[in-house]
Design a protein around this ligand. Structure first.
Ligand code: GAP
Length: 470
């Protein structure tokens, strides 16, 4: 046995996608009909992990703070919202088509894969005849703008008047409720509104499992500040986001903060810092922090004719607040958390009852985020043990998400739990009938402790509290 974790990240994705399906984390959407590309369903363990991430975010970014409140706005909003925000005009990606094989590519992604010759003058517009289709070497069309908003119709008549959009970012619902929140909650600047919800983008290219999909979930804060104070708040949120990344288990060396050039920033942003993560398929965006100025509130004031001004209750100064926006993706959080957790131990880890020689996978999730918190493993299926095992199961289940497993050898059952990242396994054996104690095994240290059944829940609560980072 070797206790060295495999550090080669390149081959992790294939193994992770397979584990995600086999162990009930993430399934291909509509799989029995051949699947829908780039759409995924979260299985029983995936939904627990995702909910734990969302709960931890809500606590850290909303309820733990005095300057934050929450919101849950509708996904379908008036199209006037997206006209005013500029999304109908500007929420586009550059698209090129292959004239031969008819495949479509996002122009900027294509240039990452098929770079221009080193002699190319960067100031000159790209001549797409110089670049060839990476699939068939065919000629490409000129680049054109493609709007990423999903359109649908509201009500029984499908005409222009009933056309609506699925929101491309949760932020829109926050901006249009700014005055509702200020008035109903008596919020004073600086304050923020947090929201978790689905967003939809008709991405030209989707890629890398749940990294880029057309339906995804966001965790967003719009933080309203005095125009003179945005720099300070920007720095504060930068630090909060770094702390959050630690809570997900992201190691410092896998995170890169990138200042985004003006030409690459979203149309509403004056400053953006991307949190890039070193995924096994390359360094790409995980989250973004943007300074949206007073752009959105001003646009909505102009378009709606209603005042979006804030009056300072002390100085009586009237102004449209500026906005600092930490914007995070739930699915990318799940992905990064799973990649960080994935640990392969060559030669396996020794167990009390048997020695397993082949390599073993341990999902080292932060304990607070693990989908299943405790596993109850009676040593035998014999009837004499079952009532006590169920008694322990019921007690633990009332406090923690718990799994009961009585099939296969104890070594195999430990491995099953390690593979889904369960922090504690509780074994009930024949001695338990006499001494009313059980054995608790810690996932990471593999240490085992004998604990009185009547103190078990209390013991687990204190263990989780000791491990809790978020
Ligand atoms: N309100 C600002 C905003 O939406 P964004 O950078 O376009 O900014 C924020 O998106 C975050 O949402 C990204 O950093 C990423 O985590 C997530 N996200 C964006 N597009 C996504 C997609 N197609 N699939 C999965 N997650 C996505």
């Amino acid at each position: 046995m070797s206790d060295k974790s495999i550090e080669n990240r390149e081959d992790i994705m294939e193994k992770l996608v397979s584990l995600a399906k086999r162990r009930g984390f993430i399934f291909q959407s509509s799989e029995i009909y051949g699947g829908l590309s780039a759409a995924y369903d979260y299985g029983p363990l995936g939904v627990e992990l995702k909910n734990n991430i969302k709960k931890a975010w809500w606590k850290m970014f909303v309820t733990d703070r005095q300057d934050m409140v929450g919101l849950d706005a509708a996904i379908i909003m008036s199209p006037k919202v997206w006209e005013a925000s500029g999304h109908i005009k500007n929420f586009t990606d550059p698209l090129v088509d292959c004239k031969k094989c008819k495949r479509r590519f996002r122009a900027d992604h294509l240039l990452e894969a098929v770079p221009l010759s080193p002699q190319h003058d960067k100031e000159k517009p790209i001549d797409w005849k110089e670049v060839k289709c990476p699939e068939c070497d065919g000629e490409l069309t000129e680049s054109r703008s493609f709007n990423m908003m999903f359109k649908t119709f509201m009500g029984p008549v499908e005409d222009d008047a009933s056309e609506v959009y699925l929101r491309p970012e949760t932020a829109g619902g926050i901006f249009v409720n700014f005055t509702n929140v200020v008035d109903s909650m008596r919020m004073r600047v600086p304050f923020g509104i947090g929201q978790i919800g689905k967003s939809f983008r008709n991405e030209i290219t989707t890629e890398n499992f749940i990294f880029r999909t057309r339906e995804f979930e966001q965790l967003e804060v719009e933080y309203f500040v005095h125009p003179d104070d945005w720099k300070k708040h920007f720095e504060d949120w930068l630090e909060t986001m770094k702390t959050w990344c630690k809570c997900l288990g992201i190691k410092d060396e896998n995170l890169v903060l990138a200042e985004i050039d003006e030409k690459d920033r979203a149309f509403y942003s004056k400053r953006t810092v991307d949190f890039e993560y070193k995924y096994p398929f390359g360094q790409k965006e995980l989250y973004g922090l943007a300074y949206r100025t007073d752009y959105d509130l001003t646009q909505h004031q102009k378009a709606s004719g209603l005042k979006m001004e804030y009056t300072d209750p002390v100085t009586k100064e009237k102004y449209i607040p500026h906005v600092v926006e930490p914007s995070l993706g739930v699915d990318r959080s799940v992905l990064a958390c799973m990649i960080e957790a994935y640990t392969e131990v060559a030669g396996g880890r020794s167990t009390t009852t048997e020695s397993i020689k082949d390599s073993e996978v341990v999902m080292k999730f932060p304990y607070a985020l693990a989908p299943i918190k405790v596993a109850i493993l009676p040593l035998s299926k014999k009837e004499t043990l079952t009532p006590l095992a169920h008694e322990v199961y019921d007690a633990v289940r009332s406090k923690f998400v718990t799994m009961y497993d009585q099939t296969a050898s104890i070594g195999k059952r430990y491995r099953r739990q390690d593979e889904i990242g369960t922090p504690f396994c509780v074994t009930i054996d024949f001695d338990s009938l006499e001494d009313k104690k059980v054995t608790v095994r810690d996932r990471d240290t593999m240490e085992q402790e004998r604990v009185a059944i009547e103190k078990l829940v209390e013991y687990l609560v204190s263990k989780f509290a000791a491990y809790e980072k978020c």
